[in-house]
Design a protein around this ligand. Structure first.
Ligand code: NAP
Length: 265
């Protein structure tokens, strides 16, 4: 999708994947510097590991504790996190009083941190994060500033059914529903039925779409959002930073992603 936008803009850049082993991250970064790379994304397992190698970290990346986008500075690299902007984008178009909305986030991995920052940006009243490992849940609570720290609670899966009736926004930030877990859903239909009227079910997974989670939500009459718009919007936000442009052709990026996903089905 980046290359489709670059072609539409008639610019001489290319977006390429590089597989970099954890122990080679610093040398990889130096290599990117040497060959004039203007920016890049990082994904698992580099999202946290790259932090100490950067010259600057944006406030949003510092809040999330993870970087997905790096841009070249005159001297060094600036890391930011466009997953937050990507997550929020499809929700901003919804008419909703976010200050009265309780968000329940399933999973406590890297993406869940971006979701929590996004829910805070929206102004959600409370944010519950559900996980299965108490140590990881306790670690998840660390490193947040106000106002997030005041709104954030962590809980285990056995508490989910008591949270669901107040969840105006229910987000799947686990990988249940994709890959080898394609037949799984993080929430039983019987529990999902307890969502309040008007609730939004949001799955960060974009392939397949709908997942079992979103299929159940739709069948029960709830609004369902998949992860494709988040993917497009985090990519567009990164491309704008790298190219120093006020806008990029998001519709071209969205179509390129759809074409790619359709070709894989
Ligand atoms: P991650 O760091 O590996 O986190 C995955 C989370 O899922 C962990 O909290 C894990 O729990 C939980 N989990 C996995 N299997 C589980 C199970 N059987 N029962 C309960 N919890 C389970 O991955 P991530 O980077 O946060 O990504 C999460 C999902 O978001 C992935 O599907 C990814 O593709 C998607 N994503 C989408 C976008 C987008 O642009 N649309 C961007 C980022 C991520 P433990 O901590 O206990 O292991």
């Amino acid at each position: 999708m980046h290359n489709a936008a670059i072609a539409r803009l008639n610019l001489d850049y290319v977006y390429l994947p590089f597989l970099i082993a954890p122990e080679s991250l610093a040398v990889g970064l130096a290599g990117f510097g040497a060959i004039g790379v203007v920016g890049f994304n990082v994904t698992i397992p580099h999202k946290q590991a790259i932090l100490p190698l950067l010259t600057q970290v944006s406030p949003v990346a510092a809040a999330v504790g993870a970087v997905n986008t790096v841009q070249r500075l005159d001297c060094g690299w600036l890391g930011t996190n466009t997953d937050v902007e990507g997550f929020v984008a499809p929700l901003l178009s919804r008419e909703r009083d976010w200050s009265r909305t309780v968000a329940v986030v399933l999973g406590n991995g890297g993406a869940a941190r971006a979701v929590v920052a996004g829910c805070s940006q929206l102004g959600c009243a409370e944010i519950y994060v559900v996980g299965r490992n108490r140590e990881r849940l306790a670690a998840f609570l660390q490193g947040w500033d106000r106002p997030i720290v005041d709104k954030l609670r962590v809980c285990t899966w056995d508490e989910l059914s008591s949270l669901i009736p107040q969840a105006g926004l229910l987000v799947n930030a686990t990988d249940m529903g994709m890959g080898t877990k394609i037949d799984q859903s993080p929430v039983d239909v019987a529990v999902m039925r307890l969502l309040p009227p008007g609730a939004i079910a949001y799955d960060l997974i974009y392939n397949p779409s709908p997942t079992k989670f979103l299929q159940a939500a739709k069948e029960l009459g709830f609004e369902a959002i998949d992860g494709s718009e988040m993917l497009v919007q985090q990519g567009a936000a990164a491309l704008k930073l790298w190219l120093q442009l006020p806008s990029v052709p998001v519709d071209v990026m969205r179509q390129a992603l759809l074409n790619h996903l359709e070709a894989r089905q």
